[in-house]
Design a binder for this molecule. Structure first.
Ligand SMILES: Cc1cc2nc3c(=O)[nH]c(=O)nc-3n(C[C@H](O)[C@H](O)[C@H](O)COP(=O)(O)OP(=O)(O)OC[C@H]3O[C@@H](n4cnc5c(N)ncnc54)[C@H](O)[C@@H]3O)c2cc1C
Length: 298
């Protein structure tokens, strides 16, 4: 799901942060603004800048974690799972270096049904977050870093973006970065009408919102169905696809096989997978890397 099980630290660095304020953006999203001592040294590359956050366990007031530099991943894995911080991937929605702040928009999956055990540690943490709550983040110290995936190559005529609530912060960052005159077609799946958001951009943007609450059971795949029915612009496209892993795979297949997109011009990332926690996904990646190493593959 994430690009690697153990992201290299450089040019990423650990920062201790605390919640400055929270703001509910809609039924399914909350914006959390973080602040911290050394945040002037954090350098987001904008667009879909990914980073890792480390959450305290419910019985802890701050993450229990030792920054061992490049060896941090082994140190983290060796900790007791009941004590080590919960690691999750998120997007820096916006950074304000002059104020020493950055925002993260959290999708509150499972929040529709407070009686259910659904959701996950990160979603539950975000729902309950209060000013002063403490976290650790592994975030870039250099703006030009490998945690930015949205990189349309020269010669791109138009941009296609698809995603769900989890990808909305990255889509907002991607659109804000585009130059005037760029054509961008966007399909976004959201839970509720009130999850719609303004997506400021200098580009020539057309957004199609696909609202789950309007669709009944057996609704199929809203993004895929809408894309299948859509007429697409002429010229050389660059596609960026994120969200639920199964949907991402299906959309990529549609673009490459049925629409003739060059597979090198389709950047796709599963941001989560139905029925799997991020620990499950890391375990899969680690097992695959171990198996590849054993057979001498790259
Ligand atoms: C590079 C990258 C950037 C990301 N950026 C953001 C971001 O900015 N904002 C954001 O909200 N998310 C973002 N995500 C997705 C987020 O990391 C996952 O949704 C993560 O699983 C949430 O952790 P959790 O502890 O709440 O749930 P987990 O413990 O990981 O999962 C618990 C259960 O919830 C399910 N689940 C997880 N996410 C969802 C969901 N969105 N809807 C329904 N069910 C879900 C899982 O399938 C599992 O069954 C990003 C992911 C990646 C890889």
């Amino acid at each position: 799901m994430t690009a690697t099980a153990a992201p290299t630290s450089a040019p990423f660095r650990f920062f201790d942060v605390r919640v400055a304020r929270t703001r509910r953006l809609g039924p399914s999203m909350v914006r959390i603004t973080f602040t911290g001592e050394r945040l002037a040294e954090l350098a987001s590359g904008g667009r879909d800048q990914r980073f890792k956050l480390f959450l305290p366990q419910p019985h802890q007031s701050a993450p229990v974690f030792e920054d061992t530099g490049d060896g941090w991943y082994a140190t983290w894995r060796a900790q007791d799972p009941a004590e080590r911080p919960v690691m999750r991937s998120y997007t820096i929605r916006e950074q304000r270096p002059h104020l020493g702040e950055f925002d993260v928009d959290f999708a509150l999956h499972g929040a529709d049904d407070p009686a259910s055990a659904a959701g996950g540690p990160a979603s539950r943490w975000a729902l309950a977050a209060r000013p002063g709550d403490r976290l650790t983040v592994l975030a870039p110290a250099v703006a030009d870093n490998g945690g930015v995936d949205f990189r349309p190559p020269p010669g791109t005529d138009w941009i296609l973006l698809t995603g769900d609530e989890t990808a909305l912060p990255a889509i907002a960052g991607n659109l804000a970065w585009l130059s005037p005159g760029t054509v961008a077609k966007v399909w976004i799946e959201i839970g509720h009408e009130d999850d719609r958001r303004a997506l400021p951009s200098f580009a020539d943007v057309e957004v199609t919102w696909l609202v789950r609450e309007h669709a009944g059971p057996g609704r199929g795949e809203p993004v895929l169905d809408a894309l299948r029915a859509a007429g697409l612009p002429e010229g050389t496209p660059y596609a960026w696809i994120a969200g639920e892993a199964g949907t991402v795979k299906a959309v990529r297949r549609h673009l490459v096989r049925e629409r003739g997109f060059d597979r090198r011009a389709v950047k796709f990332t599963g941001y989560w997978r139905r029925g799997a926690t991020e620990e499950d996904l890391i375990a899969e990646l680690t097992a695959a890397a171990t198996a590849a190493a054993a057979t001498g593959e790259e």
